[in-house]
Design a protein around this ligand. Structure first.
Ligand code: ZN
Length: 326
């Protein structure tokens, strides 16, 4: 942790402290702003100076085992925000019993997530912020970057706008970049497709950068599948992939056979749209922890448009639907 209460009950923020005062600080009686138990200044050679609880009893509000990546990113974003916004680091919110990494302009909570947590915990924390009038934005460290396939956990960290579709934020400390992956789609083989944009640390207004997914754009995603879907499915069933066996079972139950489907009308689709069993189950609305708007509207417009290789943001399909219905 980077903040502590000093003897006069004031918050000491290590990022704002003149290094010459560090020695003096080490002699003071310091406490955790949340649990109020004693903390001590750690001024090692590898990690940046930070505070740690003296007692081994864990404090649930501040993490002691933050990685160097997490600490450094927090520091970097704090300074980047500070150029244009009012920002607090590790500000304990007693009503929520939570400590966002950064609190921007008193309303935007920034969480730099560098490791897994349970989906339930993620949901609780997100809903707690929302219920108390905060917006929470999760920015993901290296271990949580998107890769070839979407996982259930990462899906809970996706956001959605009319102009960027499903999107995801990544922090690249090594290259000093904030990365936006947007128009996230997946294909029938489970492979992820998206566009991406990178922003250099410290260049421009960070709040403005974080609003990028709301800006209107004419960009589109073009996907050319490298694999024949039918061959892929045949192989999956041959090797008894549990996922595909389950889908095949659903087909059987409905008197169909997945192997004999000649052509799949939808091979690439927005994240979470269940295209394979949709004909039996209808459009099922999946859970998205960070998304409060109704994704099935986007799905329905997408299905109605039906195109093969080019994919647009939800706003595009909504416009087409509006024109068609007019
Ligand atoms: Zn504490």
């Amino acid at each position: 942790m980077l903040v502590a209460l000093n003897e006069t009950e004031n918050i000491v923020n290590l990022l704002e402290l003149n290094p010459t005062y560090l020695a003096d600080l080490a002699r003071q009686f310091l406490r955790c702003p949340a649990c109020k138990s004693q903390v001590r200044l750690k001024n090692g050679r590898i990690k940046t100076p930070h505070f740690a609880h003296v007692s081994l009893a864990t404090c649930q509000y501040y993490s002691e085992n933050e990685s160097l990546q997490h600490l450094t990113l927090k520091k970097r974003l704090y300074h980047w925000f500070k150029q244009t916004e009012q920002v607090e680091i590790e500000h304990f919110l007693p009503d929520l019993q939570q400590t966002p990494d950064l609190l921007v302009n008193k309303t935007l909570a920034i969480e730099i997530q560098c490791s897994h947590l349970s989906i339930q915990r993620l949901r609780e924390r997100t809903e707690m912020y929302r219920a108390n009038g905060y917006t929470v934005l999760w920015l993901m460290g290296k271990d949580l970057w998107l890769d070839e396939n979407m996982t259930e956990f990462k899906r809970q960290l996706l956001y959605l706008t009319q102009n960027a579709g499903f999107y995801y934020w990544e922090l690249d400390l090594q290259r000093e970049k904030l990365r936006l992956k947007y128009l996230c789609h997946e294909d029938l083989t489970g492979r992820l497709h998206h566009l991406q944009r990178e922003f250099d640390f410290d260049s421009g207004c960070l709040l403005q950068v974080l609003r990028t997914p709301f800006a209107s754009t004419s960009e589109k995603l073009i996907v050319q599948l490298s694999q024949d879907i039918q061959t892929f499915i045949t192989r999956q069933l041959y090797y008894q992939s549990p996922k595909w066996l389950k889908i095949q079972e659903k087909y059987y139950q409905n008197g169909r056979n997945l192997m004999t489907v000649k052509n799949f009308p939808i091979k690439v689709y927005p994240i979470g749209l269940n295209v394979l069993t949709r004909q039996f189950e209808g459009v099922i609305k999946p859970e998205f922890c960070q998304i409060t708007n109704d994704v099935s509207v986007y799905y329905n417009h997408f299905i109605a448009y039906l195109q093969d290789e080019t994919f647009y943001p939800p706003g595009f399909y909504a416009k087409v639907a509006k024109k068609r219905d007019a």
